[in-house]
Design a binder for this molecule. Structure first.
Ligand SMILES: [Zn+2]
Length: 325
């Protein structure tokens, strides 16, 4: 069958969810308390003023960790990305966000935009590749040149596809922080790649019609995040090198946040009056899932949701992604 997801990435259909036991709840974050055999119904919650989930994901509000406009400024501040995210994630004004973003300090000034969904999906690909025999993520840093100190490393990455029968995905990450130097702050903000896939190309297609801003934005996708997580892993286990982790620009979910995400996919339906069907029920769309993740951050704070402490969560590679958990 075409476009069938591998079992590890499967989610329940609306029909399957409706067979579960309906539970009364008051807000989306109650999904955290659901058991695998239960489900909840929420009113659709795409914010007003956005005609589609796609528009919201492109034009919605972004969370902005403190920005720097020069290398000197970033070094003087001296806080690593996770600490800047902690500050921003703990001062949310509501939860209607489409992601968080940061600005590079290089000639390539396109804003880097990261949605929490892609962070979750990146962690999922990483877990899949490490838990299933015969699959893996290949990471090859080119870091010998002197330039690495100043420009970061180039890392060639190969990740498995989430779709059955599809070829592995190969690309190169650039400006990857791998060496401890004062430049590491700027390097991590400049992270880039030559990768292209559905979730990134999406914007290029609409560049000339309805989205003037898209040419100025680099949307980070799950493949790139999965590759980066593997780099973190490899550098720690092979070289005891913590720099890629320390300078990671991607939010790494806790196991509890993974559980919640699985509930959003498998135990929640939205009531949408615009639907023709009799019960008006559908699964959450991409924008709603993103908003629901920010609602979790708003309710429980950064550290509990997107700071993967090894003692609390174990290794991200070993996370449980079983939807029946
Ligand atoms: Zn991709």
């Amino acid at each position: 069958m075409a476009n069938m997801k591998k079992v590890f990435f499967e989610e329940s259909t609306a029909a399957q969810i409706k067979k579960k036991t309906l539970v009364e709840t008051s807000q989306i974050t109650d999904a955290l308390e659901l058991e695998s055999g239960q489900y909840m119904i929420v009113p659709e919650f795409l914010p007003r003023g956005f005609e589609s989930a796609r528009k919201f994901m492109k034009h919605g509000f972004e969370v902005k960790p403190k920005r720097f406009y020069s290398q000197k400024q970033a070094i003087y501040d001296g806080r690593v990305p996770v600490v800047l995210r902690e500050e921003a994630f703990n001062s949310l004004k509501g939860h209607n966000y489409c992601g968080y973003s940061f600005l590079p300090l290089s000639k390539d000034q396109r804003k880097r935009k990261v949605s929490l969904i892609e962070c979750l999906e990146g962690a999922r690909i990483f877990a899949y590749a490490n838990q299933n025999p015969g699959t893996f993520i290949k990471v090859k840093p080119y870091a010998d040149a002197k330039r690495v100190r100043i420009d970061g490393a180039e890392v060639v990455i190969e990740v498995p596809s989430r779709t059955e029968g599809e070829r592995r995905i190969q690309f190169k990450l650039t400006s990857v922080p791998i060496i401890d130097s004062p430049e590491k702050y700027g390097i991590s903000l400049n992270i880039g790649s030559d990768h292209s896939c559905g979730s990134k190309r999406f914007n290029i297609r609409y560049r000339y019609s309805d989205d003037k801003e898209s040419s100025g934005v680099v949307n980070i996708c799950a493949h790139e995040i999965a590759g980066y997580l593997q780099l973190i892993q490899d550098e720690i286990s092979e070289n005891k090198n913590l720099i890629p982790l320390q300078m990671c620009q991607f939010a790494i979910p806790s196991q509890e946040t993974v559980n919640y995400y699985l509930r959003l996919e498998n135990n929640v339906l939205a009531r949408d009056e615009s639907l023709e069907s009799r019960d008006k029920l559908r699964k959450l769309n991409r924008a709603e899932k993103e908003i629901a993740l920010w609602a979790l951050v708003e309710a429980y704070g950064h550290d509990r949701t997107f700071y993967a402490g090894r003692s609390k969560d174990g290794n991200v590679r070993d996370y449980d992604w079983d939807l029946n958990q």
